[in-house]
Design a protein around this ligand. Structure first.
Ligand code: SN0
Length: 315
């Protein structure tokens, strides 16, 4: 069993309940991972993902090895049949097979490069490991998705929802750097499995991949989208059509207290790290309605559920 996409979740509400059970009793399966090793490979920075996934593995009694490939590993080649006379020192074929001998599960973080859309959509790094590793793979944010984050988001919303069918708004917000669409993509896919009134709001032109958003509702008027919302999920992403570009930096999209006042006393969510007073004002993120810290806490239980399932199911 791999966990590379929200599509790997067969029953979201059951998974959320199982994760909440783990949260109530996190050390219950402390023997399950005995003498098993999780290898975590990072091609990009991480705070929550690295520490929460490690914590999850430790709660299951696993051993953990983490490696930062950008500063510590050989530069990898992912293309077949090339003459390796450029920067890459080692082919994914050997690297993935070798790491598979040391680890029982391999978790990978490899962001979108945001230059070559086709290459990002092909998930070159994740796909290379899926093809050549001989152990299960966990996605710790690939080029197009961040399914551990979205599972944690689902757990967090289950804990905080006050109605059976909440209104959930995914709102784009401005950012000084070009960011991937991964977090937004997986959030959309997760919301499509929920009983909710789900709305995506972003400036015109900032549409996500239509193969992911499918028939999810899009409202270009942010104020209108916020009306009666129970959850505001803020996230920046760079332009998908003009791939990887920043074509809008309008500070009117920043989540302010005035905008939150349009909602039904909505909870504020963000995956973190967050740029204060760009994405969200201090007033909102420091308010009682902000649940970003609990959301980060739930990363542990999201990862622990996934690792537990893999340990139980094997390959
Ligand atoms: C990443 C992203 O995909 O948006 C990771 C989020 C979990 N975020 C960033 O790279 C933020 C970087 C910054 O400079 O604010």
């Amino acid at each position: 069993m791999n966990y590379t996409s929200i599509k790997n979740i067969d029953n979201l509400s059951q998974w959320v309940q199982d994760a909440l059970e783990i949260k109530r009793n996190p050390l219950k399966n402390k023997k399950l991972g005995k003498n098993k090793t999780l290898g975590m490979l990072f091609f990009n920075p991480s705070l929550r993902t690295r520490l929460s996934t490690q914590k999850a593995a430790l709660n299951l009694g696993m051993n953990v090895m983490a490696m930062n490939f950008t500063s510590e590993g050989w530069t990898l080649e992912f293309e077949d049949g090339v003459i390796m006379n450029q920067a890459a020192s080692e082919h994914i074929k050997e690297a993935a097979e070798v790491i598979s001998q040391y680890c029982d599960i391999i978790a990978i973080r490899a962001f979108a490069g945001l230059i070559d859309k086709e290459k990002d959509n092909a998930e070159t790094v994740m796909a290379g490991f899926l093809k050549h590793a001989t152990v299960p793979i966990v996605n710790m944010e690939g080029a197009t998705g961040h399914p551990l984050q979205s599972l944690a988001d689902a757990i967090t919303m289950e804990e905080h929802k006050t109605t059976h069918r909440p209104k959930v708004v995914l709102s784009w917000a401005p950012h000084p750097r070009a960011l991937p669409q991964a977090v937004a993509n997986s959030f959309v896919e997760m919301m499509q499995l929920q009983n909710a009134d789900f709305v995506i709001t972003h400036p015109e032109g900032y549409e996500l991949n239509p193969e992911i958003t499918k028939d999810s509702k899009i409202e270009y008027d942010q104020d209108k989208a916020f009306e009666n919302a129970d959850f505001i999920y803020a996230k920046n992403w760079s332009n998908y059509n003009e791939y990887g570009q920043i074509t809008n930096a309008d500070s009117n999209w920043t989540i302010t207290a005035d905008k939150m006042n349009l909602t039904n006393n909505a909870k504020f969510m963000h995956c973190l790290p967050v740029r204060r007073n760009m994405i969200v004002t201090d007033e909102v993120i420091d308010s009682e309605n902000s649940i970003v810290i609990e959301q980060a806490n739930n990363r542990t239980y999201s990862a622990q559920l996934v690792l537990k399932k893999i340990l139980e199911n094997g390959k």
